[in-house]
Design a protein. Sequence first.
Length: 408
Amino acid sequence: MLRLRSALREYFPAALEAFGDLTGFDTLDLLGAAPDPARAARLSRSRIAAALNEVRSIVVERLAHPDGVLICDETGFLKKGVCSAGVQRQYTGTAGRVENAQVGVFLSYASPHGRALIDRRLYLPAKTWCAQRNRCAAAGIPAEVEFATKPAQAAEMVYAALDADVPAAWATADEVYGANTAFRAGLRKRGVGYVLAVAVDQHVTTGTGRGRVDVLAAALPQRSWQQHCAGQGSKGPRDYDWAWVGINPATPWGEDDRWLLIRRHRRTGELAYYLCWAPTPVPLNRLVRVAGARWAVEESFQAAKGQVGLDHYQVRSWTGWHRHTVLAMLALAILTVLVADAADAAPRPRDHRGRALLHLTTNEIRHLLNVLIIKPAQPLIHYLRWSSWRRAHQALARRLHYRRRCAG
């Protein structure tokens, strides 16, 4: 067991933190199968694909819900050199500007039980990479890999999830994917409802003609707007004003978008627009819930990078990137399952003094698992009491913040 700990710590410390429950038989099996660093560096693509299937299985087994949401988004990995697969100067939301970076397109699964990343693709720019096969070969990119747009990569992952029987009734994504007609058509063909963000210059057809979505929103009367909560955020309920308009009235139901959903910030008046479709008519609050679920992927990125080292790597090759990301996703999946189990075991957690506690988070569980892995300087009860103290004060701070925000 010491050799397994040492090997996993040397290759990927964050994964060891996720596998900290060394008394669990499932974890022991995983650790027993863990390769040493030399073998890990030679993992084949088929083994990496099998690990990705394991990630998806872990997430679905614990978080599955018939109304689950598939969320597509990309994230950047800042780089210095020019040899890493897919790297070039390109815009990335990670930096908020054009930087030298790799970009990965990810698929997240969200349900009332939790959220986690379940698939990913490395984006390869057309001119600087796909058109230069010698450069691709030097980075270990398979010869059969061709250029694919981000929406095409997202669609590929969504279809793979559906083929693997991932229970998802909805999909959501930002403007990059919402503006792609083929992406929306593919979702309709698979019977998956969607709420996809689009830009202000998107054109739609209503009963009065065709026009831009921002022009249509400006003409809506005040009675068209309704207040709905898009979910709980770190600063309280995400309350917005919402309006929806039926579109494409002359088109058969399954052949085009069905609604334009508009979100208005209650303080600034800022607007956001979504094209929506569902296999059957649904109420407004259901579309709002799906639109609000898109934030789950941002939270997953934050947890993956901050807790399990998704962006902490120095590999350059195609296979190396896929190997590292699948290990990070596996670690995050296990932490997510532990969070869900803890929430089910204690729906309203309290300490020995009766104080309300914040639910266990991936960050808090990772810290507690560290205590089980690294020989603690203090007795275990000392760390548990510190954890309860932190969670009690976090719960109090959140409650006061929510109260102040709702009162304002």
